[in-house]
Write a protein that binds this ligand. Structure first.
Ligand SMILES: Cc1cc2nc3c(=O)[nH]c(=O)nc-3n(C[C@H](O)[C@H](O)[C@H](O)COP(=O)(O)O)c2cc1C
Length: 209
């Protein structure tokens, strides 16, 4: 496929309307499943945070401060990093998780953080929270196995998974260069998925009126 330069890509992306007609900005948290400094997952979240504005504001968070889950420590007073993580999720309109696949599954750091966030059971910050997933990998399989494990985990927490085609990014290293995403169609696909997340959030707030 012909590669476009960033100026061309940006103008193409501007044509991708969010499906809902309201001007409201929704606030979501973008959780990266990788701690790696040069993480493609984190880089992708940052790019989406820029491209999704003003319809969606994405706060990108990484999980280095979250300790290993220990039920003995899961109580009052809460561990500050855990309390902050849960508060950010609770205060967001929705969640986007961008994760790699490790050994056909979810990276331990991500599962660990979700285990913290899943408490109190059935009353956690994830309950009914609209949530979307992007999995990615260097391989063409795009982390699809991790994606399905993650879906199961989010379902167990009663998060509200947004329906639609799964966003599975294979060969992510070939599309990220100098903090830009060069696969125009792929980016469009991701922004459409984010549009569905936004529609879900706005639809819910309309129901609540
Ligand atoms: C411990 C480990 C296990 C991995 N297992 C898989 C795997 O099962 N499937 C896969 O597609 N990629 C696998 N990879 C490759 C990662 O998906 C790839 O390195 C990815 O870019 C890491 O995400 P990041 O760039 O956000 O850090 C593995 C990498 C590591 C370090």
């Amino acid at each position: 496929m012909e590669k476009l330069n960033m100026r061309e890509i940006t103008s193409e992306i501007e044509k991708v309307d969010m499906q809902n007609t309201t001007n409201e900005t929704v606030k979501i948290v973008g959780i990266s499943g990788s701690l790696r400094q040069g993480s493609f997952s984190t880089a992708l979240l940052k790019i989406l945070a820029e491209k999704a504005l003003p319809a969606i504001e994405i706060r990108v968070v990484t999980l280095e401060d979250i300790p290993l889950y220990n039920a003995d420590l899961d109580g009052e007073p809460e561990i500050p990093a855990v309390a902050a993580f849960k508060r950010i999720i609770a205060e967001s309109d929705g969640v986007l998780i961008a994760t790699p696949e490790y050994n056909h599954g979810i990276p331990g750091v991500l599962k660990n953080a979700l285990d913290w966030a899943s408490r109190p059971v059935f009353e956690s910050c994830f309950k009914y929270k609209p949530a979307s997933i992007i999995s990615s990998s260097l391989a063409f399989t795009g982390g699809v196995r991790a994606q399905y494990q993650l879906r199961e985990t989010l379902i167990s927490m009663h998060a509200h998974l947004v329906m639609g085609p799964e966003v599975v990014v294979g060969g992510i290293h070939t599309s990220l260069a100098d903090a830009a995403y060069t696969d125009e169609k792929g980016l469009e696909f991701m922004l459409k998925s984010l549009g569905r997340l936004r529609d879900e959030i706005i639809g819910r707030s309309l129901h609540a009126v």
